[in-house]
Design a protein around this ligand. Structure first.
Ligand SMILES: C=CC1=C(C)c2cc3[nH]c(cc4nc(cc5[nH]c(cc1n2)c(C)c5CCC(=O)O)C(CCC(=O)O)=C4C)c(C)c3C=C
Ligand SMILES: [Fe+2]
Length: 391
């Protein structure tokens, strides 16, 4: 094909993540520093129009992840009378490891009355069954759910925002933005080469995450295998989002020992209580001199541990957020939790049930939004987002 000149003006795009492949980028891709996550409602009833938008999105996503303008003409080279096919704020910026990951929500398949919206209800995966209500949930419906989600991750916030903005622009009339969330400071490492980052409680987060290099575990817990539901999801993964407000000021008044008992790990090193190294295995059976569990029964890492949850594992890929302050003198801050898994019914759900029931951390967090999306496999050879779903 023709040589493509990147927005940075050079042909050598060194920090681009491949858009095509057997799996979507943005899942095991080493977690970038910034997030812009958007959930859309589909506002058209016209299947062909939706398909057209998905095709246009795919073309724009392939271009933007390569460090190019969203459209072929670009931000400033079109007719003066027409709106440009790129919005321009990423001119001069490199690809910045941008990944765009698409997922389809249960409401895309059937509306609230059960009606098949686009002739795809027969392809609804059983694993996309709506999440149950969990004890303590304080969800806001206006910032939950959605028919289609797109996760934009990049090492430059402007690049992530540019991508979502252009996709929303292209989708006008087909979709409308239901909610979106900005995030910073990835709270999980997803590759063994990445240092473990910290969440806003000040603890290392992602130590025992699934990692890109653990191929056997990824096959078992992350990717949908052949025969595990409708064909169109083979090689895909299910995405759960939870916006979790953290009561930062309350947390900051609790003692270091209390914080460590709540998490079940040391704050400095990240080592499990009773161990010395960050990557030492947590010993759930260890007892102290006084006969009590070193890792308390209510500790987060005990309740989230696979041994407590029938082997449940997931790939966490969340981001911190601060949405300013709440008007009551508190930071409106927390964790935008993101997890990918083969099946939420054996991944997120049992773990969240354990946490909701007994996690001491619940005193310091509130779940305010929830999302569930089926992320198809990667685009290959001239394909487009949803091609197998709408085939
Ligand atoms: C239902 C899934 C989970 C939610 C929701 C969740 C919220 C949440 N977690 C932290 C901080 C930490 N979590 C850690 C480990 C951990 N958390 C989950 C799941 C959920 N967390 C899992 C599966 C694990 C790994 C368990 C294991 O296999 O040992 C840790 C320890 C470091 C690590 O291993 O990543 C921290 C710290 C917060 C602050 C939070 C909500 C705001
Ligand atoms: Fe956690």
């Amino acid at each position: 094909g023709a040589a493509l000149i990147s927005r940075g003006g050079s042909e050598a795009v060194t920090d681009a993540v491949a858009f095509t492949g057997p799996h979507q980028a943005g899942i095991v891709t080493p977690a970038q520093d910034r997030l812009h996550f958007v959930a859309f409602d589909v506002v058209t009833k016209d299947r062909e129009r939706l398909v057209r938008t998905l095709r246009e999105w795919t073309a724009a996503a392939a271009r933007m992840t390569a460090g190019l303008d969203a459209g072929e003409i670009g931000a400033v080279d079109g007719m003066p009378e027409a709106p440009p096919d790129d919005t321009g704020e990423a001119i001069g910026l490199p690809a910045s490891a941008l990944t765009l990951t698409v997922g389809f929500g249960p409401t895309l398949f059937r509306d609230a009355t059960g009606k098949d919206r686009f002739g795809i209800a027969g392809k609804l995966p059983a694993a996309l069954e709506p999440l149950p209500r969990f004890t303590g949930d304080t969800l806001d419906e206006a910032i939950s759910g959605g028919d289609i989600a797109i996760q934009a991750c990049a090492n430059d916030p402007q690049v992530a925002v540019h991508a979502i903005r252009n996709l929303a622009r292209i989708g006008m009339g087909t979709v409308s933005v239901r909610w979106s969330q900005l995030g910073f400071g990835r709270t999980s490492s997803t590759a063994t080469g990445q240092a473990t980052p910290r969440n806003l409680f000040g603890f290392k987060d992602g130590t025992r995450n699934l990692k890109a290099e653990q191929e056997d575990l990824l096959r078992e817990h992350l990717w949908v295998p052949d025969g595990d539901g409708p064909d169109w999801m083979t090689g895909g993964s299910y995405l759960v989002t939870r916006k979790i407000r953290m009561l930062i000021e309350t947390w900051d008044r609790s003692s270091l020992a209390e914080q460590e008992a709540i998490v079940g790990r040391h704050k400095g090193t990240g080592a499990p209580l009773g161990a010395a190294g960050e990557f030492d295995e947590p010993d759930l059976t260890a007892v102290g001199a006084d006969g009590t569990d070193l890792i308390p029964a209510t500790a987060h890492v005990r309740l989230a541990h696979p041994d407590t949850n029938n082997g449940a594992r997931m790939l966490r890929r969340g981001y911190n957020f601060v949405d300013g302050s709440d008007g009551l003198g508190r930071l409106d801050a927390g964790l935008f939790f993101i997890a990918f898994q083969r099946d939420p019914r054996t991944g997120f759900v049992p773990v969240q049930r354990s946490l909701a029931a007994s996690d001491e951390m619940n005193e310091y967090v509130r779940h305010v939004s929830s999302g569930l999306f089926a992320c198809p496999p990667g685009v290959t050879g001239g394909g487009w987002w949803g091609d197998r779903l709408f085939a």
